[in-house]
Design a protein around this ligand. Structure first.
Ligand SMILES: C[S@@+](CC[C@H](N)C(=O)[O-])C[C@H]1O[C@@H](n2cnc3c(N)ncnc32)[C@H](O)[C@@H]1O
Length: 312
């Protein structure tokens, strides 16, 4: 049987055996990672949450109207804690709406389901724990739907992956269905870089938790004091990247993969890409689908945008 643990072990084996070592950001979110990400969202340097919160709080009513309130299934991919989403959901007619938050973190789903019951008791909430990449086929239905993908989660994909992903989503949508995307906009390094390398070191802990997770779940023997967090940002391309850097020459053994992995001093494990966007980039990504950009909302600093695409 292929379990989540087996998939994680296979991924780690592949990522740490590659010439350019990598680990997927999808594995950040175990219980500890989930708690650290909540801390990140409260950091002053992590402007993304504040900006999207402002958009949903101030313009939530307009966004809900633009989506429409006939019988509607609202599906949220990588929902996290739902605090921002609540600001949008409260504007819908609960009689007509179902809300399905999906998250790979079991803890996130337990928490968001309980919180939504407390915040919006009339809303029909049905949390689903799983990998949204594997669930796209299940979204097909006759009811009108809107797919929420907030927090600039799309930015964790390369543009080719984003094109493939939106193309797949578009195939399970009916005419008139929508996607609400939250995207971080391209801006200068002095604003972007601190969001991925904060002064309190929470993003560093979050990144290094990947190695701790390998130790906990796969029997790894990483000495995390011998690795460090590194964030970079290329302002021209609009791409931030996170890495884990080996501080010394060392070898790590992982029981579950039955492998040993050598690291040179300074060698990098690529862990995350955080793409920033402008409208030209996003238009190129959706080119070839029948998704049409219908509405654009931004925060007062124009750091972040929420876009509604409708299938025509
Ligand atoms: C950066 S957080 C954003 C949370 C929320 N959307 C927000 O804007 O605050 C990413 C969330 O997506 C979840 N996630 C990441 N990859 C996933 C996947 N492949 N399938 C389901 N959930 C995933 C994580 O567990 C985490 O809760």
């Amino acid at each position: 049987m292929i379990t989540e643990k087996t998939l994680f072990a296979q991924h780690v084996e592949k990522g740490l055996s590659s010439t350019q070592k990598f680990l997927s950001s999808m594995y950040f979110y175990d219980k500890k990672g989930e708690a650290l990400f909540r801390e990140i969202m409260n950091l002053e340097e992590y402007y993304l949450t504040d900006c999207e919160m402002e958009i949903l709080r101030v313009q939530g009513n307009e966004i809900a109207k633009a989506i429409g309130d006939e019988p509607l299934d609202i599906i949220e991919l990588g929902a996290g804690d739902g605090i921002k989403t609540k600001e949008l959901l409260k504007h819908f007619d609960f009689e007509n709406v179902t809300y399905s938050p999906i998250d790979i973190s079991e803890q996130a789903i337990i928490d968001i389901t309980a919180k939504m019951k407390e915040w919006l008791p009339q809303l029909n909430t049905k949390g689903i724990c799983g990998d949204y990449f594997k669930m796209i086929g299940d979204f097909k239905s006759d009811r009108k739907k809107v797919i929420l993908f907030l927090g600039s989660n799309l930015g964790n994909m390369t543009d080719d992956q984003a094109r493939g992903f939106l193309g797949q989503l578009h195939q399970v949508m009916n005419t008139g269905d929508s996607i609400l995307l939250g995207l971080d906009l391209i801006k200068s390094e002095d604003i972007v870089l601190p969001a991925y390398s904060d002064s309190k070191g929470v993003t560093a802990q979050f990144n290094l938790n990947l190695l701790e997770r390998i130790n906990r779940e796969l029997g790894g023997d990483f000495d995390t004091s011998q690795f460090e967090h590194l964030a970079t940002y290329n302002e021209k391309e609009g791409i931030a990247k996170s890495f884990i850097r080996s501080k010394t020459d060392q070898t790590v053994i992982i029981k579950e993969t039955e492998g040993s992995y050598s690291f040179k001093k300074g060698e990098l494990i690529h862990t995350e890409v955080s793409r920033k966007y402008d409208l030209d980039i996003i238009r190129k990504i959706i080119d070839g689908t029948s998704l049409q950009l219908k509405y654009q909302f931004t925060d007062h600093r124009q750091y972040f945008t929420n876009l509604i695409f409708t299938k025509i």
